[in-house]
Design a protein around this ligand. Structure first.
Ligand code: BG6
Length: 485
C-alpha cells in the first residue's frame, strides 16, 4: 500500500477552551446577577448518588436564597480568572495558543436577564479580556451561553421553558455583537445544546419540579433555544458581516454492543438522538425521525407562526463539538456500566477508562469527525476534548502528567488522520487548559489543565498557577503544527 501522510493545514487553530462559570469566580462583583451555575452545589464523592449533581430543585433554590443552605457553590469562586486573567492569558500565550474559547457570563451583562440596560462594568470586563487575548495574537472564540442562564429568567419564566427568554437572549446577543464587533469573529450560541434534555436546569435554567410535564418542558425549551440561535445568527450577520456562528454539540458517539441487528438499530437510534441537534442547526428543520419520537413520547412542540422559516433561513456557519469518549448501545441492560460525559454506558472491553470512568476512545474521534463531515459538509471545530485526572504535585513542585499527554496525543493523531480522510477541521481547543471547576461534579480535583491551580475540593489553596509536564509538551505540539506529538 502506498504511504499517505496526513498533516494539519497552516491556518489550523491550536488552543484551549473554558467557560465563565468554571473559571471567573467574582460571582457577585461589579453588578453581576446570579445564574444557574451559581446554584450548583458541591457534593462530596462519598455522598453523591450519581456521578453528577447538576439538577437543582425549587427547595434547594429557596434554601440558597434564604441563607438556610450550608452547601458550597464552587462555581461562584472558580479559579479567580476575573482578577488573574492577565497572568492566565500570558501562560496560554507562552504555550503558543492561537485561539482561546471563553464564554460571556450572560448575567454579568444583563444581571437578571430581562433588564432594560446592560451592565457597563460587565461589558468592560470582557473588553479587557478580549484586548488581552488580541494583544497576544490569540483569536477569541466566544460562547454566548455555557450553562449560565440568568436566574432572573428562571424566576420569571422558568428559564428557557418560557418563550419570552428568546427575546431576552437575542437582545443580549445583539448587545455583545455590537460591543465586540471589531474583536470577535467566531461565536457559538449554546454550549452542548443537547444538555437541556439531560439536565434542564444546567442547560436551560428550567426547574423541573415547577413543571407538570417536565419532558414536554425541556423539548419546548429546546425549541426556544433553536429559534434563539437562528435569530442570533441573523443578527450576527447583520452586525458583523464576516462573523461566523457555530452550534455546539456534545458528540456522544455510540457503537452497537453486539452485531445483533437489534443492537445495531439501537445504536443508530441513539446516534440520531444525539445528531438531532446538529440536524436542526445545520439543515434548518426538524428531521422526520423526530416526528415519530415526539408522537411516541407524547411530546407536542408549540411553534409560533414563522418559526419554521426562521430555522430554515438562518442555519449555522460551522459546527463545533466536544468529544471525550464513546459509548455502547444495547437492547439488553445486562453488563458492567461505567460513567460518562452526560450519560452512563456499558463498558467497552477494548477501551481504557479515566479516573472518572469515561471510556477513552481516540479512534472514535476520527469516526465521529468523518460521520459528521459526511452528514453536513460544514467546517468542524473541536472546541473541547481532554482528560479529567488526579494530579500529584512532587516535592519540587513538578507535575508529571504523562497520562494526560498520552490521551491528548492519541486524540490529536486521530484528528490528523480525519483531516487526511477529507474532514475540513478548523482547529483544536483542549478543554480546561488551566485547571478549573468541574462542570458535572464541581470538584477541583478533576483536573484537565496544562497549568495547575493550587486549590482543592474544599476550596483550600492559594490559587497559584504552575506548569505541568503537559504544558511543555503542548507548546511543542503547537510549534510543530501537530508534527511532534
Ligand atoms: C463538557 C462541558 O460537557 O465537559 C464543560 O461543556 C465541562 O463545561 C466538560 O467542564 C468536562 O466535564 P466535567 O464534568 O469533567 O467538568
Amino acid at each position: 500500500m502506498a504511504q499517505f501522510k496526513a498533516q494539519f493545514p497552516d491556518n489550523f487553530y491550536w488552543g484551549g477552551a473554558t467557560a465563565a462559570n468554571q473559571i471567573e469566580g467574582a460571582f457577585d462583583e461589579d453588578g453581576k446577577g446570579l445564574s444557574a451555575a451559581d446554584f450548583v452545589e458541591y457534593i462530596p464523592k462519598e455522598q453523591r448518588t450519581k456521578d453528577n449533581a447538576m439538577e437543582i430543585t425549587s427547595e434547594q433554590i429557596r434554601k440558597t436564597l434564604s441563607g438556610e443552605s450550608d452547601a458550597r457553590h464552587p462555581k461562584r469562586e472558580g479559579i479567580d480568572f476575573y482578577h488573574r486573567y492577565k497572568e492566565d492569558i500570558a501562560l496560554l500565550a507562552e504555550m503558543g495558543f492561537t485561539a482561546f474559547r471563553l464564554s460571556i457570563h450572560w448575567s454579568r451583562i444583563f444581571p437578571n436577564g430581562y433588564d432594560e440596560k446592560p451592565n457597563e462594568a460587565g461589558l468592560q470586563f470582557y473588553d479587557n479580556v478580549l484586548d488581552e487575548l488580541l494583544k497576544h495574537n490569540i483569536e477569541p472564540v466566544v460562547t454566548l451561553s455555557h450553562y449560565e442562564t440568568p436566574y432572573g429568567l428562571t424566576e420569571k419564566y422558568n428559564g428557557w421553558a418560557g418563550r419570552e427568554t428568546v427575546d431576552h437572549f437575542v437582545r443580549y446577543a445583539e448587545t455583545v455583537f455590537t460591543r465586540y464587533k471589531d474583536k470577535v469573529t467566531y461565536w457559538i450560541t449554546f454550549n452542548e445544546i443537547n444538555m437541556i434534555t439531560i439536565s434542564p436546569f444546567t442547560g436551560g435554567g428550567i426547574v423541573s419540579d415547577k413543571e407538570e410535564n417536565p419532558i414536554q418542558a425541556k423539548y419546548q425549551g429546546l425549541h426556544h433555544q433553536f429559534i434563539a440561535s437562528s435569530l442570533a445568527t441573523k443578527k450576527l450577520h447583520e452586525i458583523i458581516p464576516n462573523g461566523k456562528m457555530g452550534c455546539m454539540l456534545a458528540r456522544m458517539s455510540t457503537y452497537p454492543n453486539t452485531p445483533n441487528p437489534e443492537d445495531v438499530l439501537k445504536a443508530q437510534q441513539d446516534n440520531r438522538q444525539n445528531l438531532f441537534f446538529t440536524d436542526v442547526h445545520v439543515r434548518g428543520e426538524y428531521p422526520e425521525y423526530m416526528t415519530r419520537y415526539f408522537i411516541e413520547n407524547d411530546i407536542t412542540i408549540s411553534k409560533e407562526t414563522g418559526d419554521d422559516e426562521i430555522l430554515k433561513q438562518h442555519p449555522v456557519d460551522y459546527i463545533t463539538i466536544s468529544y471525550y469518549m464513546s459509548s455502547l448501545s444495547s437492547v439488553s441492560p445486562e453488563g458492567e456500566v461505567t460513567a460518562g460525559n452526560l450519560n452512563n454506558s456499558l463498558k467497552n472491553p477494548y477501551l481504557e477508562s479515566s479516573d472518572w470512568g469515561w471510556q477513552i476512545d481516540p479512534i472514535g474521534l476520527r469516526v465521529a469527525l468523518n460521520d459528521m463531515y459526511d452528514r453536513y459538509q460544514l467546517p468542524i471545530f473541536i472546541v473541547e476534548n481532554g482528560l479529567g485526572a488526579y494530579d500529584k504535585v512532587e516535592e519540587d513542585g513538578s507535575i508529571h502528567d504523562d497520562y494526560r499527554i498520552s490521551y491528548l496525543s492519541k486524540h490529536i493523531a486521530q484528528m490528523k488522520e480525519a483531516i487526511g480522510d477529507g474532514v475540513d477541521l478548523m482547529g483544536y481547543l483542549a478543554w480546561g487548559p488551566i485547571d478549573l471547576v468541574s462542570m458535572s461534579t464541581s470538584e477541583m480535583s478533576k483536573r484537565y489543565g496544562f497549568v495547575y491551580v493550587d486549590k482543592d475540593d474544599e476550596g483550600n489553596g492559594d490559587l497559584a498557577r504552575s506548569r505541568k509536564d503537559s504544558f511543555f509538551w503542548y507548546k511543542k505540539v503547537i510549534e510543530s503544527n501537530g508534527e511532534v506529538l
